[in-house]
Write a protein that binds this ligand. Structure first.
Ligand code: MSP
Length: 677
């Protein structure tokens, strides 16, 4: 039996509604927790709210509420959001709960008993935004003499002078460095570890750990005129939610703790927290993993820019699983990322509608067509060495092990990449095995049944592996495969090839899991999400007198980047123009002559789960019978037109000036719907 698994999100301040940043951390932790549960590990997933401190007190006053009423209001919003985003937390801790306050007081006493706390006078600059002190050299000058701004929040800091308790943090710098060196998995990713090591090596100052200037916090035991510094209060949540030192739940989970946080709070988690624990004689968490920050369409997300992204709005419009998938797939976990609505909609169409959605649709449809809608038996050992059939099982086993490896290393993005190799491999398998060809030959009946079982088996493996990321859709895939039961069906990880499905079970057809979004729908969604259309820069190719740049003195750096300044050749288009073309691989399904038109054929095309009709002027070069099965390049977003009474929804690409000579093609077999770029 493997170790238990304990994962935590930061606890969120109750002065803001859940946003894309808090949703991101929480979804990432949820995927990790769901994965470990599926592996049969005893798993505990904690999230919660950070409710004390001057910042919350001020926000409550501004909102005309008591601090606790203010906290209650936001807690309800977080709990509602996590429910809507399918977050499977086992507990939700609030720092205003008694169970939390008791453990904070306990940790304080341990620090005191270890001689790690002393009382002294303190004076420095304080930022309420980050509830942290700064020395003058760390500050940014404000717009008046003597006014300084916090380097992070850019809001004025206050000069605070008070008697405060201090934690002897400086004394634990070397023990912390030793610990980091001995535990390579403690701070991740590695580049963050290097940052922390450099910071600690530069020397630590003792930390002021109490305040007398406000009351909204946990009183210092034995000195209630002081409240405990909000970060000590907050960090202790990871232990208090387990019941604190000395409880069975703590003993089981604490040593396995994985704190997933944003990079902005790395110092608190990788310096303050572990030095405190070292001083209190308590074990350190296993890992602190800092992920990056999201920008929105290339800009820093901020209230003043009004560019916040509402995760619940996105989920309500296109489904929670699409949002979960995008956040974990788009940006390598650990690095900064940009949330672009175009990229979001693009992935929805390509990875979800075209790849996975299409695979599900094809598998069910073909089971109906070629196996009477029933999951066939798997013949043990059959076709093992076959060049097509033999590969799928190996691909699935490889994907299973690679996905697991990446999840164990806190790399959900890489896990999804590995999983999509199997999704695409499943589509390719169907193309290569070509059950529609096998079905024409009665001598290949055993092979056909094997093929159907094979792709269904692969799909069931994909459902189990995709479940930590997209629990709703994973459940729907299992429904299609006729697997009975509720959410407990997802608490499994694929075992042996051929063992996940029950032969004889009927598959269940249904609507596409993700309908492809056409341009109109995308524009409608973007308008709803308040995405401003990209501003087109004026064309600089014209009259130089109209170009303000022409009046300016020569740019000294011009020699370094001549291509940036050079005007594009006449008639050229930009890459952005090219990107507007939605080019895809399409498979011709049927072809027939258009009556009274010698040159025209009417074609139906498969675009990977979607069918289009087009009229093509290729009858002089191609007989209708020769076309079904051919894969061509297709312009999918050409405005529809009616030609000789037939509505044509796109255009296939062909070579030839006046007359078509040949059709476009791709030089290897790719599934219909694949993007051409
Ligand atoms: N209350 C503290 C954490 C205490 S944990 C003991 C706190 N709360 S917070 O609500 O301000 O932020 C919570 C998390 O949201 C942070 O990890 C932060 O990095 C994350 N994010 C906030 N905006 C973000 C982005 N734009 N992108 C990614 N994550 C960001 O800090």
């Amino acid at each position: 039996m493997s170790d238990p698994f304990y994962v935590t999100t930061p606890i969120y301040y109750v002065n803001d509604a859940p946003h894309i940043g808090s949703a991101y951390t929480t979804i990432a932790c949820d995927a990790l927790a769901r994965y470990h549960r599926a592996r049969g590990q005893d798993t505990w997933f904690l999230t919660g709210t950070d409710e004390h401190g001057q910042k919350i007190e001020e926000a409550a006053i501004a909102a005309g509420r008591t601090p606790i009423a203010h906290a209650d209001h936001f807690v309800a919003r977080f709990q509602d959001a996590w429910k809507k985003l399918d977050i499977s937390n086992d507990d939700f801790i609030r720092t205003t709960e008694q169970r939390h306050k008791d453990v904070v007081a306990d940790i304080w006493r341990r620090l005191e008993a270890a001689g790690a706390i002393y009382l002294a006078d303190y004076e420095d600059w304080y930022c309420v935004g980050c509830e942290s002190f700064y020395t003058e050299t760390q500050l940014v000058p404000g717009d008046a003499p003597g006014v300084f701004l916090c380097p992070d929040h850019k809001r004025p800091v206050q000069r605070l002078k008070e008697q405060s308790y201090f934690f002897r943090m400086a004394q634990y710098a070397q023990p912390l460095l030793d610990y980091i060196e001995a535990h390579p998995e403690f701070i991740q990713p590695d580049f963050r570890k290097n940052e922390v090591v450099a910071f600690v090596k530069a020397g630590l100052r003792d930390l002021s750990v109490s305040r007398r200037t406000f009351k909204w916090g946990i009183p210092v035991p034995g000195a209630p005129e002081h409240v405990i510094y909000v970060w000590i209060d907050a960090l202790t949540n990871y232990m208090s939610a387990l019941g604190g030192p000395g409880t069975a739940q703590y003993d089981k989970f604490w040593p396995q703790a994985v704190h997933v946080i944003g990079k902005d709070i790395l110092r608190h988690h990788a310096v303050y927290w572990p030095t405190m624990l070292l001083a209190a004689g308590l074990p350190l968490p296993k890992t602190v993993f800092a992920h990056g920050w999201w920008t929105a369409n290339g800009q820093k997300i901020s209230k003043s820019l009004g560019n916040a992204i509402d995760p619940l709005g996105l989920a309500a419009d296109v489904g929670v699983d699409a949002l979960r998938y995008f956040l974990l797939r788009e940006t390598s976990f650990g690095l900064d990322g940009d949330f672009s609505h175009d990229a979001f909609l693009g992935r929805l169409n390509s990875d979800l509608a075209n790849d996975l959605g299409n695979l599900v649709h094809r598998c069910v449809k073909m089971t109906e067509l070629y196996a009477g809608g029933v999951i066939p038996r798997l013949e043990p050992g059959a076709f093992e060495d076959h060049p097509v059939h033999g590969k799928l099982a190996a691909l699935a086993i490889h994907a299973r092990d690679t996905v697991a490896e990446h999840m164990e290393r806190l790399q959900p993005t890489r896990a999804l990449e590995a999983l999509w190799e199997l999704v695409r491999g499943g589509n390719k398998y169907i193309d290569d095995a070509a059950p529609w060809v096998q079905a024409k030959d009665p001598a290949r009946a055993a092979e056909l049944s094997h093929t159907v079982r094979h792709f269904l088996e692969a799909l069931s493996w994909i459902a189990l592996m995709v479940a930590p990321f997209m629990p709703k859709k994973a459940g729907e895939i299992l429904d299609r495969l006729g697997v009975p039961g509720g959410p407990e069906r997802l608490l499994r990880w694929p075992r042996a090839w051929g063992r996940e499905l029950t032969s004889g079970q009927k598959v269940v057809p249904g609507e596409p899991l993700w309908p492809r979004l056409d341009d109109d729908r995308k524009a409608e969604l973007k308008a709803r999400w308040g995405v401003k259309p990209a501003v087109r820069k004026p064309d600089k190719g014209g009259d130089p007198k109209n170009d303000k740049q022409a009046d300016k003195p020569a740019d000294k750096s011009a020699g370094k980047a001549p291509q940036a300044a050079a005007a594009p050749p006449p008639g050229s288009i930009s890459y952005d123009d090219f990107k507007k073309l939605d080019l895809r691989v399409a498979e011709v399904k049927t072809a027939e002559k258009v009556p009274k038109a010698d040159k025209l054929l009417k074609l139906t095309l498969d675009l990977g789960g979607e069918t289009r009709t087009v009229v093509a002027g290729i009858a002089a070069a191609y007989a209708a019978e020769a076309l079904p099965g051919k894969k061509v390049i297709f312009l999918a977003n050409l405005a529809p037109a009616t030609i000789r009474g037939v509505r044509s929804e796109g255009m296939i690409l062909a070579a030839g000036d006046e007359q078509v000579i040949g059709l476009s093609a791709i030089d290897c077999d790719v599934p219909p719907g694949t993007k051409v770029r």
